[in-house]
Design a protein around this ligand. Structure first.
Ligand SMILES: Cc1ncc(COP(=O)(O)O)c(C=O)c1O
Length: 319
């Protein structure tokens, strides 16, 4: 496969490395950088593009007809796949969790349909089979010559894409912070990171065994358990910033998003990036981070904010 850094679909040079000045941290010699992957594209932003890039190259180079994947009702990944496939002129099918839903159930699903994605609504029981080889093989034979991307895009090529972010970081980094869901993004970041840098992950799921999940993924990726364990020695897991679990958030978190936007013009979403950013701020209060270079990877996901603003009758991004 052709693995040059740029891909004609989306230009990652839009993702700048932005230094922000938070006076109480700057005073302690902390340099804080944000890798603005949210700026790559408004629908295919952040880790979505990193994970889809080599998968879509595979679709194009393998002459597939299109791509099929899975997602929940508000899935960033589903929307990103629909948008990228539309741009690449390939067909897309999205299997959606919940057979009570329709194309009009929310803006994410409406937009996927507008972008040409065929949505197939399946029961929760059927959705539970989304990683089952036999089930996927059946779907492959029903949808001949369609390439399969798993939910969240966290397959081998997705992890390879996430590793690449480091090619765009031209600063020495001591500590990097990233939000964690399935762990594919954080595993990619871990595999690509410089030797003396610690990776801090903030799982957004409650009761999530981040270490076991990462170990499993890394073992599968590397075929070497010892190496996987050695790499994990550089990982710090912060379990205390999930705000109640996946999809949950508090009034305080929404206020935090508003404050960060007012002070630094960085938009955060309450499902992933705000929890990680909040966790990073709490950590940076500790003295051991003095004089360190800190990197926050903005993994995108901002499009869900519109639905959350409507639901809570607030505006997250005002000056
Ligand atoms: C905005 C955002 N940040 C972070 C993540 C976590 O990524 P991963 O599931 O690869 O751990 C996701 C999920 O894909 C996401 O949508």
């Amino acid at each position: 496969m052709n693995t040059e850094t740029n891909h004609p679909l989306f230009d990652t040079s839009l993702s700048i490395l932005q230094e922000i000045n938070i006076p109480r941290f700057t005073a302690r010699g902390i340099k804080l950088f944000i890798k603005r992957d949210d700026l790559i594209h408004k629908e295919v932003s952040g880790n979505k593009w990193r994970k889809l890039k080599y998968n879509l190259l595979q679709v194009q180079q393998g002459n597939y007809l299109g791509v099929f994947t899975f997602g929940g009702a508000y899935s960033n990944h589903l929307l990103a796949t629909a948008s990228a496939a539309n741009r690449a002129n390939i067909k897309s099918i999205g299997f959606v969790r919940g057979d009570e839903l329709t194309e009009n159930s929310n803006n994410t699903l409406k937009r996927c349909t507008e972008l040409g994605m065929q949505l197939i609504f399946i029961s929760r029981e059927e959705y539970a089979l989304r990683n089952d080889k036999q089930y996927i093989d059946e779907l492959k034979s029903e949808h001949t010559n369609f390439y399969f991307v798993p939910e969240g895009g966290g397959n081998y090529l997705g992890i390879v894409g996430c590793q690449e972010i480091w090619k765009e970081i031209n600063q020495t980094i001591d500590e990097v912070f990233v939000a964690q869901g399935t762990t594919a993004t954080s595993c990619g970041v871990l595999l690509g990171k410089p030797a003396n840098c610690k990776l801090h992950v903030i799982p957004v799921l409650k009761g999530f065994d981040a270490y076991a999940e990462m170990l499993n993924k890394l073992k599968w990726f590397l075929f070497q358990e010892d190496l996987a364990k050695e790499l994990l020695e550089d990982v710090v897991i912060h379990h205390e910033y999930h705000f109640g679990g996946y999809g949950k958030y508090t009034h305080d978190l929404l206020t935090f998003i508003q404050e960060v936007y007012q002070n630094s013009k960085i938009p955060l979403d309450p499902i992933y990036t705000a929890k990680a950013f909040y966790g990073m701020f709490k950590e940076l209060e500790i003295k051991t981070y003095d004089n360190k270079h800190i990197l926050f990877i903005h993994t995108g996901g901002i499009q869900v904010c519109k639905e959350i603003e409507i639901k809570n009758n607030i505006s997250l991004f005002t000056n």
